[in-house]
Ligand binder design. Structure first.
Ligand code: 6R9
Length: 647
């Protein structure tokens, strides 16, 4: 089944942004003269000073630096708004589809969005926010989230968007790490009819000593439920914006000035503040958005991600708006009020490009074809997937049932760290294979290596690295440059290590197999096992815990926690629920374990290292494939876990 190939549809090849010939030419240029290639890519933006220094990168540890377009000057909000006003002022920038399908959608033109952003920029300035200050954004999927991000970009403040599903404790960590001065939130979020107490969460977080840097909280009235307002700290967003002028000067930004921080989970320790800068990031997000989605002026583009994740940053906000596209901003969830919601939204707004995650596709696939077939979907011309490996079965269902075999599926591989898509088909140029992200984009030097770092040639499997930089690459871990180098550049000296494993076939196509480190990918969300373990240990009954991922039909991976209780305590289901609730409180619902197994002990080496390999096998129910357990301090532990699994 996975050997199947789908040719480029004739219609696509005929007038694609990039057809096979153009792609081949781009690959040749990117190989032979990368400076010229990336110079040409940068011309798509409006620069106040066009860069003459294009690439200045060294991955060598003794002289490590990553700089792109270093002498260029621009402003991201000007690129996303002002430059469209003369040609696209009345064009719809955002179609806001609300959680409740019975409420009308809201259309915001580029002109209207520009005005809102200017007012918000003036408000931030009036509150003393300056270039380089950090602003935390904790909002639902409402237009104000986009306005807030672009207002920060306009004045040169660095935004840190925190996903609305994160708990007050997670918020504390993220506010403290970047020393935010101001928080933008809403009274409540609304997802699938359920209210999310955002302002109340902020209030809890701000009681913490770690958040003493926060001077102001701006509150968007969204659901209208009453919330406590602490004067003078808390201010009403709308009242404040109404008082501001509708135009605001944009701060000239150096290409390497920070644009945003976005926290993401790694294999160890607390989440890392991934820092992206202005020129390279925006160039790369806009370039890939146009190329991968074969963007046309009249497309209605819909990416279902949340702005709290990188996909929302690059492919709801910065890429589409820099390209002058019309984009759907969806507040709700794909299964509310029922499994046909996505297809109804597609018909309602005549969506042409739909970009979602495999977990959503699998959840909708389970509901059968009827909810899909009850909608027309005739407007669709292209489908996209992101966030985790897509299994061929889900890929084929997406292609056949949702796309009526008419729409190419672009499976886009990338990471928070990469800023934009690195491996993906181009719909007008690449023959598709269900389940493969196909080939690296022009200018991206992907390779596979063995565990010793030796590069592997031809059809093979290995760890995925990138041998050279690209403009959208992250520049540092905020406040911890040593950790940045340690995490990504020490494993395979001279290259960036992705943390992913992959197979490459005889056609040079990549099949991403998933993380090879201690990161679990649950429904496309990255969760560090270490983070979940330290949350579990906060429960006073717990002595020790080890967390691994296991295959899950809908989520891709589920969270499997082995928990050892303190001596003398009785294991029971009520305790499991309490432990689960502890993780929800400490991190948020997305990190709650799917399975908790009581473990009288954990398999450890004689030096005390937990053998996760064995725990993963037991969680996956591969009990016959446990491998060598002779190096364990106490091999009998394994048998007791296997017995526990069978029970
Ligand atoms: C964009 C995003 C990154 C991790 C990445 C990989 C997995 C993302 C994928 C994919 C297979 C794809 N991943 N896209 N795996 N095929 N098309 O998701 O960023 O949240 O940082 O996650 O997600 O494992 O390393 P992020």
């Amino acid at each position: 089944m996975t050997d199947q190939r789908l040719p480029v549809p004739a219609g696509f090849a005929a007038d694609a942004r990039l057809n096979a010939d153009a792609l081949a030419a781009a690959n040749v240029l990117a190989d032979q003269d990368p400076e010229l290639f990336w110079t040409r890519v940068a011309t798509r933006l409006e620069w106040w000073r066009f860069p003459t220094q294009i690439k200045d990168v060294s991955y060598q540890l003794e002289d490590f630096h990553i700089r792109w377009y270093a002498d260029g000057v621009l402003n991201a909000s000007v690129n996303c708004l002002d430059r469209h006003l003369s040609t696209r002022g009345d064009k719809t920038a955002l179609i806001w589809e609300r959680d409740d399908p019975n409420l009308p959608a809201e259309h915001l033109s580029y002109r209207a969005l520009h005005e809102q952003v200017c007012r918000a920029a003036n408000a931030l300035r009036a509150l003393g926010v300056q270039k380089g200050d950090r602003v935390t954004i904790y909002l639902p999927m409402i237009p104000e989230a986009v306005v807030a991000m672009l207002a920060c970009a306009r004045i040169g403040a660095i935004h840190s968007v925190v996903f609305g599903g994160f708990s007050p404790e997670s918020l504390i960590g993220r506010i403290h790490d970047c020393q935010s001065k101001l928080i933008i939130t809403a009274d409540e979020g609304l997802r699938g009819g359920k209210k999310v107490p955002l302002k109340a969460n902020v209030d809890i977080a701000l009681k913490a000593r770690e958040c003493s840097t926060v001077e102001t909280v701006l509150v968007v009235r969204h659901t209208g439920s009453p919330v406590a307002m602490q004067v003078p700290r808390d201010r009403d967003w709308r009242e404040l914006l109404a008082m501001q002028a509708p135009v605001a000067a944009a701060e000239p930004m150096n290409a390497e000035d920070p644009l945003f921080i976005l926290y993401t989970s790694g294999s160890t320790g607390k989440p890392k503040g991934v820092l992206h800068t202005t020129g390279g990031y925006l160039t790369y997000a806009a370039f890939t958005h146009e190329a991968v989605f074969d963007l046309r002026e009249d497309d209605i583009y819909w990416c279902t991600a949340d702005v709290g994740w990188v996909t929302g940053h690059s492919y709801i906000v910065y890429g589409p708006l820099a390209n002058g596209a019309t984009s759907v901003l969806f507040e709700g969830v794909p299964t509310y009020p029922d499994a046909s919601r996505c297809w109804q939204v597609i018909d309602r707004h005549q969506v042409t490009i739909f970009y979602t995650a495999p977990t959503a596709i699998r959840a909708l696939m389970r509901e059968g074809e009827a909810p899909v077939k009850s909608c027309s979907r005739q407007s669709l011309r292209l489908l996209g997937s992101v966030g985790e490996p897509i299994n061929p079965e889900a890929w084929l269902w997406y292609h056949r049932v949702v796309g009526d075999e008419r729409c190419p599926v672009v499976d886009t591989w990338w990471q928070t760290e990469t800023g934009g898509i690195l491996i993906s088909p181009l719909p007008g140029a690449t023959e598709l294979k269900p389940g493969s992200a196909t080939r690296p984009l022009p200018g991206i030097r992907a390779a596979l290596v063995d565990s010793e770092g030796r590069e592997l040639e031809g059809a093979t499997s290995g760890n995925l690295i990138l041998k050279d930089s690209w403009p959208g690459q992250m520049r540092t871990v905020y406040g911890d440059h040593a950790r940045f180098i340690e995490t990504y550049f020490k494993t395979y000296p001279g290259s960036y290590f992705t943390g992913d494993g992959a197979r490459r076939d005889e056609d040079g196509y990549y099949w991403i197999t998933g993380r090879v480190d201690d990161v679990i990918n649950v429904s496309g969300h990255r969760i560090g096992t270490a983070e979940v373990e330290s949350a579990i240990i906060e429960h006073q009954a717990v002595a020790e815990s080890a967390v691994v991922g296991y295959p899950h039909d809908i989520k891709g991976q589920g969270i499997y926690a082995y928990v050892t209780l303190k001596a003398g305590l009785e294991a029971n289901d009520a305790l499991k629920q309490e432990i689960n609730a502890t993780v929800r409180r400490v991190i948020g619902a997305i990190a709650a374990p799917d399975v908790i197994q009581w473990a009288p002990g954990l398999p450890k080496t004689r030096s005390g290292k937990i053998m996760r390999r064995i725990l993963r096998k037991i969680a996956a129910d591969e009990l016959d494939a446990l491998g060598d357990v002779s190096t364990l301090a106490d091999p009998a532990v394994v048998q007791s876990l296997v017995d526990g699994r069978k029970r």
